[in-house]
Design a protein. Structure first.
Length: 130
């Protein structure tokens, strides 16, 4: 089997967390939100569009449990901006930076990264291009 890339990550969020997810991922981080089928009741989750080939499913459920260090660490998203540009955009969007690393190792090599937490406790790594 030859893997090509990750298609999606599925994150459970609180049953009443859809608006918070849209605000964080869509408005504050600037990713696309695709929720027409969810709003129409045709699927139980909506998508945060990261690229043409990758999404994060946000699945509102009453079975949500906040992530802990023992069962989840982070999802890494490669972005076009430099670490300085990422930090400036996050500051303007009033998103708290958890930490910044100069060159953590990722799938395509070492590159700068900025870490934030979404409203539900999931850590998101915003990784610069190599």
């Amino acid at each position: 089997m030859r893997a090509r890339h990750i298609d999606h990550v599925n994150l459970r969020i609180p049953e009443d967390g859809a608006d918070d997810a849209r605000a964080f991922y869509g408005e504050r981080l600037g990713f696309g939100i695709e929720d027409a089928l969810y709003a129409a009741g045709e699927k139980p989750f909506f998508d945060v569009r990261l690229s043409a080939t990758a999404v994060i499913h946000c699945w509102p459920t009453d079975e949500f449990e906040p992530p802990t260090a023992t069962n989840y660490d982070h999802v890494a998203v490669v972005v076009e901006e430099s670490a300085d540009e990422i930090e400036a955009e996050l500051d303007a969007a009033d998103v708290e930076v958890e930490k910044t690393l100069d060159s953590p190792l990722g799938a395509t090599g070492e590159a700068g990264a900025v870490y934030v937490r979404d409203p539900f406790g999931y850590r998101v790594e915003l990784k610069t291009r190599v």
